[in-house]
Design a protein around this ligand. Structure first.
Ligand code: DC
Length: 219
């Protein structure tokens, strides 16, 4: 990557494929900003819960969005001026973000914010529709995936580290349910961009995935 030129690096893929871990490391390595777009959809879902807004009521949703400010600053996700990094990682917010992110009004608002971020500077942005929609002309596109079993095992290990016991089959079923929802919605579904480099991380370590991406970028 030329040091002087602006580069937008898009990383898409299903839940639990390791996108945010890799994207963060890649951004650090390249000295550019990292934008977690999933966190933005989660912040809006948190606001929906807090304001008890029903997405089926489009007028109420539009009014709620008009009074909502979502930003990413210094690695923090900020909702109406409040850092909500931890609050957006609950199962309740995960489930609502997966359904509410299908709402055109929500996508319209967040995609506009994401494009404005990429207009200004180089960044690594991860999500579901970055290479196919947000930055169709991104300088680099990756599609990071892994089998649902491996993704469930990683998630279960994360929970175990926090002392939370879980049923692997249930975690796998939840992941598959989210995959289905994310890839079957009408607007900007999860899909590999034709020109994205696909990396299956099922049997790769984090440094190996990072190396594979840096190889493409340095090429
Ligand atoms: O990556 P994540 O699990 O934090 O994302 C939360 C939800 O947001 C996920 O179910 C799909 C949705 N999402 C989306 O629709 N488009 C994106 N660019 C990023 C996330």
């Amino acid at each position: 990557m030329e040091k002087s030129s602006r580069a937008r690096i898009a990383i898409d893929g299903p839940a639990g494929a390791g996108k945010s871990t890799i994207a963060k490391l890649l951004a650090k390595e390249l000295g550019v900003d990292y934008v977690d777009t999933g966190a933005m959809y989660r912040a809006v879902a948190l606001k929906l819960l807090r304001t008890d807004t029903d997405c089926a009521d489009q007028e109420a949703l539009a009014a709620m969005l008009a009074g909502t400010d979502v930003d990413i600053d210094g690695g923090h996700i900020i909702l109406d001026g409040e850092i909500v990094d931890g609050l957006i990682r609950t199962p309740e917010v995960s489930a609502l973000a997966s359904t509410s992110s299908a709402q055109p009004l929500i996508r319209e608002k967040l995609v506009a914010l994401q494009r404005a971020m990429g207009d200004k500077k180089s960044l690594v942005m991860d999500g579901r529709d970055i290479g196919t929609n947000v930055f169709k002309d991104a300088e680099y596109k990756f599609y990071l995936t892994a089998s649902s079993l491996v993704r469930a095992q990683r998630r279960a290990a994360e929970l175990a580290e926090k002392g939370i016991e879980c049923d692997l089959e249930q975690v796998k079923a939840d992941i598959e349910q989210r995959d289905w929802q994310d890839s079957h919605r009408a607007l900007n579904p999860l899909k590999r961009a034709e020109d994205a480099v696909e990396i299956d991380s099922s049997f790769m370590t984090i440094p190996e995935v990072l190396e594979a991406m840096l190889d493409v970028i340095d090429r």
